[in-house]
Write a protein that binds this ligand. Structure first.
Ligand code: SAM
Length: 338
């Protein structure tokens, strides 16, 4: 780790930095909860005006605004604050690419406070992927994921359509959230038809996104728990599993791969978008840290290596497992029904 002048921090300073890593996350969440970015977008510029608009103390607000400036979310000239380009695009609720609903949500934070106990017991304090919690928890998350995954989804769509002539692929989007991965396919090829599956309340949101992207007439919806719904047989050319294996865990995901083999037509492709640590589980940090996110939020979730995926996919009847670079921390995995 290096400081602002590019000098290396001492070992103990590095430990202190690690210890305080939580602070920027809390600062961002507090700013969203106090609607600081909206107030600045609406024309408030000073500590006094922003404290009044947010119903906050001037002392606290001044410190918050300066910290946000240090984090490059605001810019400060004399005693006036304005939004950085990043904050204006992603943190103002009236903007189409707003991600603040996800970033201002306290629930992940609350669950992470139980990490030590969860490591001791191997049990999560809550299970965000069970229907009742999921329908409450996921809408905020998937709104953010929609924006964050959109460029990756467009790149993946290019890869999937590139290697095949178009002509009406039937696509199944499992645990679709906003539907971003299948929406990108439907936008790239007007002959693509999509079956989008998720819990009923989340599917209401998926429908809104399909309408917003002008692809709703080619979308149909399959509502219910992925462990219970019938995906049918020989129906699909592509089955998308976007960010779902990590919360389902190994046994359920292997069962899901078998169901996808049945649901796909011969030669159909399963596509997995997830977090992949290397085979030794030593890097990169994000998928390794994310495994603990699954420990505190799900009953059986984890992150899995390419080697593990290859074994499971082959056992489920897939071959030609390949990595597709989508410009993210992890590649997508594509395998073909044997
Ligand atoms: C992390 S989000 C991923 C959404 C989308 N696939 C993406 O990559 O942006 C997980 C989604 O899986 C859904 N989900 C989780 N467990 C599920 C289950 N057992 N049955 C149906 N949907 C589930 C959630 O409702 C949520 O929309």
């Amino acid at each position: 780790m290096a400081n602002a002048k590019g000098q290396k921090y001492s070992a103990t300073e590095q430990l202190l930095q690690l210890h305080l890593c939580f602070a920027p996350a809390r600062i961002l969440t507090a700013a969203l909860q106090l609607e600081v970015f909206s107030h600045i977008a609406a024309g408030q510029k000073t500590t006094v005006a922003l404290a009044k608009a947010a119903g906050a103390s001037e002392r606290g607000m001044r410190m918050l605004l300066d910290a946000l400036t240090g984090m490059q979310l605001l810019q400060k000239r004399a005693s006036n604050y304005r939004l950085s380009a990043l904050a204006r695009r992603y943190l103002v609720p009236s903007e189409p690419d707003y991600c603040g609903a996800m970033l201002g949500d306290d629930r992940l934070w609350n669950n992470w406070t139980h990490l030590t106990e969860a490591i001791r017991s191997g049990q999560a304090p809550v299970r965000v992927n069970e229907r009742k919690t999921a329908e409450d928890f996921f809408p905020n998350l998937v709104r953010g994921l929609h924006v964050m995954n959109r460029p990756l989804a467009r790149r993946l769509a290019g890869e999937l359509l590139d290697s095949r002539r178009s002509g009406g692929l039937d696509v199944l989007d499992v645990a679709c959230g906003s539907g971003i991965w299948s929406i990108a396919l439907a936008e790239a090829d007007r002959a693509v038809r999509v079956t989008a599956q998720d819990f009923p309340k989340v599917l209401e949101l998926t429908r809104q996104y399909a309408v917003r992207h002008g692809v709703e007439e080619r979308f149909s919806f399959l509502s219910g728990d992925l462990n219970e719904v019938d995906f049918g047989a020989n129906r699909f050319d592509v089955a998308l599993l976007g960010n779902i294996v990590h919360s389902e865990g190994a046994d359920s995901s292997r069962g899901l791969f078998r169901k996808m083999r049945t649901a796909l037509k011969p030669g159909g492709r399963i596509v997995i978008i997830d977090m992949l640590p290397n085979n030794q589980r030593t890097a990169p940090p994000f998928p390794l840290i994310f495994a603990l996110n699954m420990l505190v939020n799900t009953a059986r979730g984890d992150t899995y290596t390419f080697k593990e995926y290859c074994g499971w996919l082959r056992q489920a009847g897939f071959n030609r497992v390949r990595k597709v670079n989508i410009g993210s921390h992890s590649p997508a995995l594509v395998a073909t029904r044997g």
